[in-house]
Design a protein around this ligand. Structure first.
Ligand SMILES: [Zn+2]
Length: 247
């Protein structure tokens, strides 16, 4: 099996000059790549990418918690999800790092809950952003009956990671594992059977532009930390990705 990049943003402008090339690279080295939407326009781009590259690109549709200017698009985003039935609802969630205003945080939570209700109704998995709001996001998720949950770019405590896993959630391990001791500790605390590989490209590669194929480096680092083979890491995480995204 080849690795999967379970979360990235291939439609972002950082890929405007060489998007086809980046995706061609994935075709050789990866099983598939999941590109997440953030609002109506980005969701549309994700749908287009999946149409253009059906054998490699998978789209998620959502409303990103940092896209506060797009919060008025909620109904339209829900409509997009109903019409397109994406592999998962995402990216959705909470972000207390960028959003500090209490009214906007309340609105974030309302939107997160509405998206979870929709996922529950349509029986779709969810991909959840939880920056500086990990505890709260996990608590809210426990209230819903969602088929599968990916905690994307999880940076909470190792204890919370274990708690989430015990409640059936999967932990997205980004390329931060190459340089962040926090993420390395999370990897130590859970089993590879509970992880998904992701890059969150174009971000999280120490200031350089990230690309989906860099999940290969992450798999190597995780194998070192877990004292196991790279193949074991790839097999476990790819199995999880196939199951979660229905591929
Ligand atoms: Zn993302």
């Amino acid at each position: 099996m080849k690795p999967v990049d379970s979360h990235c943003h291939l439609d972002f402008e950082q890929f405007d000059s060489d998007r086809d090339e980046v995706i061609e690279n994935c075709r050789e080295k990866l099983e598939f790549v999941v590109t997440a939407g953030s609002n109506v326009e980005h969701n549309q781009s994700a749908i287009q990418l999946e149409k253009k590259y059906p054998e490699i690109a998978v789209s998620n549709l959502g409303l990103h918690p940092v896209y506060t200017d797009s919060f008025n698009q909620l109904e339209e985003v829900k409509q997009q999800i109903r019409e397109n039935k994406p592999a998962a609802v995402g990216e959705i969630g909470l972000d207390y790092h960028h959003v500090t205003d209490s009214e906007l945080r309340d609105r974030q939570e309302e939107i997160f809950r509405e998206m979870l209700e929709l996922a529950e109704e349509l029986e779709l998995p969810v991909v959840v952003h939880s920056r500086d709001a990990e505890e709260k996001a996990v608590d809210i998720l426990k209230e819903y009956d969602i088929p599968q949950v990916m905690l994307h770019c999880f940076n909470g405590s190792p204890r919370l990671a274990r708690d989430a896993v015990e409640n059936g959630m999967k932990i997205g391990v980004t390329t931060q594992v190459l340089y962040s001791s926090q993420v390395q500790e999370i990897v130590e605390a859970i089993n590879t059977e509970d992880m998904l590989l992701e890059t969150d490209s174009p971000f999280l590669y120490q200031g350089e532009r990230n690309e989906p194929i860099n999940v290969i480096e992450s798999a190597e680092r995780i194998a070192e930390i877990k004292n196991t083979g790279v193949e074991e890491v790839v097999d476990a995480t790819t199995r999880n990705a196939k199951e979660l995204f229905g591929r």
